[in-house]
Write a protein of this length. Structure first.
Length: 110
């Protein structure tokens, strides 16, 4: 008996703003720039890369490349992508930062 498998694509499972926030928060906590750009790529693909290209004013092919494991996006690209995705990046002191999940849940409860 042959078992059929397919490649896991996280972009297929990102459906809500909460999914986006949770996934991105985990990537940021990891502290690895390559993880962040791959996660941004997954999120971008879940939203539609062509749509994102129009909203950022960037070329679709360059977005794919920049947000891949082999890419090297500039901060300008990262800021344009996060803004187009309706996200805001912020920094907080590491020793006093509540998890992003807690902040998101508190915001939704209010």
């Amino acid at each position: 008996m042959t078992i059929k498998t397919k490649i896991f694509d996280p972009a297929q499972y990102i459906e809500t703003p909460e999914d986006v926030a949770d996934y991105l928060s985990i990537a940021l906590e990891d502290g690895d720039p390559a993880t962040l750009q791959m996660v941004l790529g997954d999120i971008a693909r879940s939203e539609g890369m062509s749509k994102l290209a129009r909203e950022t004013g960037l070329n679709r092919e360059s977005l794919y490349k920049s947000l891949s494991a082999q890419g090297n996006p500039t901060m300008d690209t990262i800021f344009k992508v996060t803004k187009a995705l309706g996200l805001r990046l912020s920094l907080v002191p590491a020793n006093s930062a509540p998890s992003a999940n807690t902040e998101l849940k508190e915001t939704q409860a209010a």
